[in-house]
Design a protein around this ligand. Structure first.
Ligand code: ARG
Ligand code: MN
Ligand code: MN
Length: 300
């Protein structure tokens, strides 16, 4: 793994309605991220936080079922620029959310550098909505669709190109709350999805083995986008859209350890940590623990 990490915080809370997820980057830093990764002999440069525009009325502006469209497009464009530069400098981008809308910016900055970027989307949700299919108008439910070039052009066109990724290079793990339009899109586009049904039937070992096999030959880099709500709310309570029956703490560590062993991950983001909804910063602590495993911690 690239031993030079650049950390970028994204205090974004405009992609959904629960206040507090903008404090996610601070909560993750406070949980000891830098110290944890330095122990694994990474060199860490913390680039601080991306500036996110403040709308006048946070929830009022529901432009065509796309809440806070302009501010999110602006903030994620800045993020794309920063991520692009990190990779340009030969370093590994580690992005801290913020709500999941930021993935549009991260992927925009990353995907430019690859012909076939793979994406592992570790999440209870598909985040494959558009304004037409979204039940909420919340843009954090849309970043994977936007990155495929599907949706409003202000979102698909971030960093001035589209699409960022191909459907056959995506693997979703942990899904258990997919909207009707998302299910249609998954079938139409042939996106590989391991729902909780498959995770339970196959076990996480087989899920990750298959994921690695599947992505190995077809991709030249793999981005991990880890939404903390992929985990069960008992293990990660500090999230805005919790869904029961999720991936366990143990399964998630196993997944991260196996991804580390695959040597496949070239960028990562940890999103949706909301310390206001959390129990004594537990969820940020889990995020940092998972980073430890992803970056090479072992139990013996
Ligand atoms: N990144 C997330 N937590 N997304 C939750 C999305 C929930 C729902 N599918 C929606 O579009 O509103
Ligand atoms: Mn989610
Ligand atoms: Mn998500």
């Amino acid at each position: 793994m690239n031993k030079q990490l650049s950390v970028i915080g994204v205090p974004m809370d405009l992609g959904q309605m629960r206040r507090g997820v903008d404090m996610g980057p601070s909560a993750i830093r406070y949980a000891g991220m830098v110290e944890r990764l330095e122990q694994l002999s990474y060199t860490i440069e913390d680039l601080g936080d991306i500036e996110i525009p403040r709308p006048k009325h946070q929830t009022d502006v529901k432009h065509d079922n796309l809440r806070n469209l302009h501010e999110i497009a602006e903030g994620t464009s800045r993020l794309a620029e920063a991520v692009d530069q990190v990779i340009e400098n030969g370093r590994f981008p580690l992005v801290l959310g913020g709500d999941h809308s930021i993935a549009m910016g991260t992927l925009a900055g990353v995907a430019k550098h690859y012909n076939n970027l793979g994406v592992i989307w570790y999440d209870a949700h598909g985040d494959l909505n558009t304004a037409d299919s979204s039940p909420s108008g919340n843009i954090h439910g849309m970043p994977l669709a936007a990155s495929l070039g599907i949706g409003h052009e202000k979102l698909t066109g971030i960093h001035d190109y589209s699409p960022k990724i191909k459907p056959e290079n995506i693997v979703i793990i942990g899904a258990r709350s997919l909207d009707e339009g998302e299910k249609v899109l998954i079938k139409e586009q042939g996106i590989k999805v391991y729902t909780m049904h498959e995770v339970d039937r196959m076990g996480m070992t087989k899920v990750i083995d298959e994921t690695v096999d599947y992505l190995k030959d077809r991709t030249d880099g793999v981005h991990l986008s880890l939404d903390l709500d992929g985990l069960d709310p008992n293990d990660a309570p500090g999230v805005g859209t919790p869904v029961m029956g999720g991936l366990s703490y143990r399964e998630s560590h196993l997944a991260m350890e196996m991804l580390h062993q695959s040597q496949m991950i070239t960028s990562a983001e940890f999103v949706e940590v909301n310390p206001i909804l959390d129990e004594k910063n537990k969820t940020a602590g889990v995020a940092v623990g998972l980073m430890g495993s992803l970056f090479g911690e072992t139990l013996k």
